[in-house]
Write a protein that binds this ligand. Structure first.
Ligand SMILES: NC(=O)c1ccc[n+]([C@@H]2O[C@H](COP(=O)([O-])OP(=O)(O)OC[C@H]3O[C@@H](n4cnc5c(N)ncnc54)[C@H](O)[C@@H]3O)[C@@H](O)[C@H]2O)c1
Length: 339
């Protein structure tokens, strides 16, 4: 099978490529990635000499380039490429619409032209909006009610994928996953940011009261679920992916501090984000029952693996942080005060 993975130099995409090539060494993967601040070729340095893997630097919005790659006999497109950080979408929503919506459309046009066999759109639980404490987890039938430019852009692309599937028979499937954590996550998201800040004895900036709830999955379990969807999923369907681990941000913060034996005085409550969704929780009954997927890594195991990885790979995250992230965060804090 010849797969075009987009956004494969990012967090989940790089874990996915490594997982697929170890499980199916005869598959061929082309990784198309624009290398934004979140894309990092070091995430896949171990595959540089692998003959089944090829990297192409480019934008999923570039129709000519995408056509050229898909025309090389691609069987399947798995679209991980996205602007993925909610906070950034508050300051620069346009690039979210460009990549997440128009980029997806560009890929689908090529997919139709070259009659590919599967198009897997990697989406998020954030398209369902926020849940109250006593409400049941979202199912695939829940309404899409988005609150941030990021989630709105992902919901737009989901609806466009559905429309291309219904209108043009694009063999598309959508997955919607909960919050991921694990190795190679850019240190701007809660768990990677807080582990690396704590290791450096820096403050852990927690939004508002810290009681926001997210549903967490270890990244490799997500990659395995996408593998199930790729091979067994039904065209036209949506599959939620979750390991049903609901935690408040404060619980996670204390777990990280305890593991690293750091003081809770590092926690700093900062002004809340506008339209901050209070709770996400997903039902993954459909993918479990229909495809037989099950998460394998408990939250405790996953957090241990993740913390150990960041301890052992200090070079990786220190480079990333010094290059881009600190500049961004300085700007970010100044601008957030104005919101
Ligand atoms: N991280 C999570 O918890 C989570 C949860 C559910 C769904 N998702 C979805 O999974 C996907 C991957 O998320 P991630 O956390 O790995 O994101 P990431 O930000 O770590 O990686 C995104 C990758 O896409 C690339 N990219 C961005 N714009 C591009 C463009 N125009 N053309 C080509 N490449 C481009 C970046 O360079 C980067 O390598 C996204 O679609 C995201 O919405 C993420």
């Amino acid at each position: 099978m010849k797969i075009l993975v987009t956004g494969g130099a990012g967090f989940i995409g790089s874990n996915f490529i490594r997982y697929i090539l170890s499980k199916y060494p005869d598959y061929k993967i082309i990784n198309l990635d624009k290398l934004t601040y979140a894309g990092n070729l070091e995430n896949l340095a171990d595959l540089e000499k692998n003959k089944s893997y090829r990297f192409v630097k480019g934008d999923i919005c570039d129709q000519k380039l995408v056509d050229q790659i898909v025309g090389e006999g691609i069987d399947v497109i798995i679209n991980f490429a996205a602007e993925s950080h909610v906070d950034r979408s508050l300051y620069d929503p346009k690039v979210f619409m460009q990549t997440n919506v128009l980029g997806t459309q560009t890929l689908m046009e090529s997919a139709l032209k070259h009659k590919i066999k599967r198009f897997v759109q990697i989406s998020t639980d954030e398209v369902y909006g926020s849940l109250k404490e006593d409400e049941s987890p979202f199912t695939e039938e829940s309404f899409l009610i988005t609150n941030s430019p990021y989630s709105a852009s992902k919901a737009c692309s989901d609806l466009l994928v559905r429309a291309y599937q219904r209108t043009f028979d694009l063999p598309a499937i959508i997955t919607r996953c909960c919050n991921n954590y694990g190795p190679y996550q850019f240190p701007e998201k809660l768990i990677s940011l807080f582990i690396t800040n704590a290791l450096d004895d820096q403050e852990l900036p927690i939004y508002g009261d810290g009681l926001y709830i997210r549903d967490w999955i270890y990244v490799e379990d997500h990659c395995k679920a996408v593998d199930f969807v790729l091979h067994k999923g039904e065209v036209g369907e949506i599959y939620n992916i979750s390991s049903n681990v609901e935690k408040t941000n404060l619980e996670i913060t204390h777990l990280i501090l305890d593991c690293l034996k750091k003081p809770s005085s590092l926690i700093k409550h900062v002004k809340d984000r506008p339209a901050h969704d209070r709770r996400y929780a997903l039902s993954a009954e459909k993918i479990r029952k229909k495809l037989g997927w099950e998460p394998e890594v408990s939250f405790e195991q996953g957090m241990k693996l993740t913390i150990d990885w960041y301890i052992k790979n200090k070079d990786w995250w220190q480079k990333v942080k010094s290059k881009e992230y600190l500049k961004y965060y300085e700007r970010h804090y100044i601008r957030r005060e104005k919101l």
